[in-house]
Ligand binder design. Sequence first.
Ligand SMILES: *[C@@H]1O[C@H](CO)[C@@H](O)[C@H](O)[C@H]1NC(C)=O
Ligand SMILES: *[C@@H]1O[C@H](CO)[C@@H](O)[C@H](O)[C@H]1NC(C)=O
Ligand SMILES: *[C@@H]1O[C@H](CO)[C@@H](O)[C@H](O)[C@H]1NC(C)=O
Length: 500
Amino acid sequence: MVKTCTFCVLLILSLYTLQAHGALKLASYYRDHMVLQRGPQQAVLWGNADTEGDTVTAQVIGQGSAVNTTVQNGNWKLRLPAIKDPGPFVVNVISGDGGHVTLNDVLFGDVWFCSGQSNMELDMNQILNSAYEIRKGIEKKNIRLLKVAHVNSSSPQYDTKYYIRWTVPNKQYLPQFSAVCFLFAEYLQSHLNYPIGLVDSAWGGTSIEAWSPHDAVQTCPLPHYENYLECCPMVPEVLYNAMVHPFLDMTIFGVLWYQGETNEGQDEIYKCQIKALVDSWRKNFNQRSLGETPVDFPFGYVQLATGNPDLVSAQPALRWAQTVGYGYSPNPALPDTFMAVAMDLKDVGTNPLGPYHPRDKQDVAQRLVLGALNVAYGRKNIEFQGPFPTAFEKDQDQKTLTIEYDHGHTPLDIRSNDGFDVCCNTFAPACDGNSTWVKALITGHDNSHVTVSYAGCGSRRLVGLRYAWKSQPCEFKQCAIYSAESDLPAPIYITKSPPA
Ligand SMILES: *[C@@H]1O[C@H](CO)[C@@H](O)[C@H](O)[C@H]1NC(C)=O
Ligand SMILES: *[C@@H]1O[C@H](CO)[C@@H](O)[C@H](O)[C@H]1NC(C)=O
Ligand SMILES: *[C@@H]1O[C@H](CO)[C@@H](O)[C@H](O)[C@H]1NC(C)=O
């Protein structure tokens, strides 16, 4: 009797295995516990099958009728109905030739794709108060995690490898997951009240060109393209091919991006590269998802935090380049984007990760959530941008410059009188090679204006202005200009023509 039953179990197991690993396959990221994109978007499912012309049928059990498609060239791809009910659901996929795959515990929510270099990769174990944050995080069973392995490829891939397969946040895996990505979802979820799926696809020390598809790399030629070492994470296209391209078919809601440190010193090209990356990711995610990932999907990014204090110009210039030279987001070059400022979150001294990796990712995530709520979720009453200069007035007798912020609408909180430099020039009315930058102290302010002295120019002309143009512009949350209402810092600023 015992023998027979053992045999039964083995037979059932082997039949099940045959079915699950038979002719019909889903792409490797369709798994139990995953989040599929909720309505009004339609989640896309795709995979491979053996029988050409066979019908593949998918059904979310209890959510409307089945949908089907035909196998072509060994592939199939279909859209599920638009589903707003969060689930959990069982999803069945069957093929006419007897293939059968079941996905269990599938939720419907918003899927965010998180990418970039070390500050995106920096995990929950490494942040401030990590034990507390992990304890709190593992309660969030409606956030689901997928972490992509470090892989590279010289050609676009349709499959990839994983460090973490779709899972609820738990003690084993949450500590290894991107902190910015997870905390963003945790804070965002309190506003949305439905599931969030996160794909963490990041690699420390990597360049933007490695994350760019071929056409974007062609759009922004690199000076020494042919001299690139055969060291893979830096070669153009290789991470896009292996860590982004496989996901293009999956319907997503938006992207978070924290990258740029590796491209410091290359800021003029970066302006072209970031725009090309955003444009090409949007186009490719849209096309491959049968139009279900919107072509203008929200793209949030973190403006670089701090770096080594001696690198005065490379890091601010890269922060400026991240905005394509506008200073804020969204802007005409980067529509439907949002930016979190992080330069005032300095964490040096006791930080074992060094000045480039502030461990306060909570504030970064909070600032990203404000941007997402406004730009991605249409809550237009939510303030998400720090104060930004809108007009200047020069007083030549007093040698002062008054800067108006946000057309006079934002009450300012001035936390220091240090942060501005003026550009002075004897010869030309421009901040060129003959000019020098001189510190300009704040001498006064009212509700939404700040006055600085340019007496340091002496008899020279005032031909430019910059703000927070340093790798480490201030102590923790003590830069000069904040919004008194939202508590958000003013981002860096520069003009190389005479203000006023
Ligand atoms: C595929 O779906 C269409 C539209 O719902 C339906 O008419 C057709 O019968 C389905 N085909 C199969 C083989 O299930
Ligand atoms: C890039 O991928 C190849 C295999 O495709 C691997 O041998 C190599 O180690 C990878 N490079 C890095 C830096 O991981
Ligand atoms: C500096 O000024 C001189 C005199 O006007 C001019 O000839 C020269 O081109 C300027 N140099 C730069 C770098 O702008």
